[in-house]
Design a protein around this ligand. Structure first.
Ligand code: AMP
Ligand code: ZN
Length: 119
């Protein structure tokens, strides 16, 4: 990975770089999927771009394909986790009002129980 695409203080960059251990469930050249450390649903995974993009709001046109890759990776892992049949949610928080706390683009893949709109 190009160093300039990494933020040395970013927790997700550290997981992607192997500095912080995590159970990587899926990886390809653009996307990594690992469990959320504080799950709020029986299946709660994070679908993360390898590239350090601070938020959805800061994506450029050149990164359009990455969104599709995130969705395809999420669908694949959802099938592998056995939640594809009953349904799941893919959520991207962007900015303070959304509750985004980690400034590295990621989607929450949540399922394994009936979800309400608020969680
Ligand atoms: P967001 O509010 O969308 O920025 O969500 C960030 C998520 O990252 C939260 O659900 C946290 O529980 C999760 N998280 C923070 N640190 C870690 C970590 N070291 N490993 C896995 N998940 C993490
Ligand atoms: Zn990062």
């Amino acid at each position: 990975m190009c160093p300039e695409k990494k933020d040395k203080d970013c927790v997700f960059c550290k997981i992607i770089g192997g500095e912080i251990p995590s159970k990587i469930l899926y990886r390809d050249e653009d996307i990594v999927v690992f469990p959320d450390i504080n799950p709020i649903t029986p299946v709660h995974l994070l679908v993360v771009t390898r590239k350090h993009i601070p938020s959805l709001a800061q994506m450029s046109d050149a990164e359009t394909a990455l969104v599709g890759k995130m969705v395809i990776a999420a669908n694949r892992v959802a099938r592998e986790q056995g939640i594809a049949g009953k349904g799941y949610r893919l959520t991207i928080n962007s900015g303070a009002d959304s509750g985004q706390i980690v400034p590295h683009l990621h989607a929450h893949l949540m399922g394994g129980r009936q979800l309400r709109w608020d969680h």
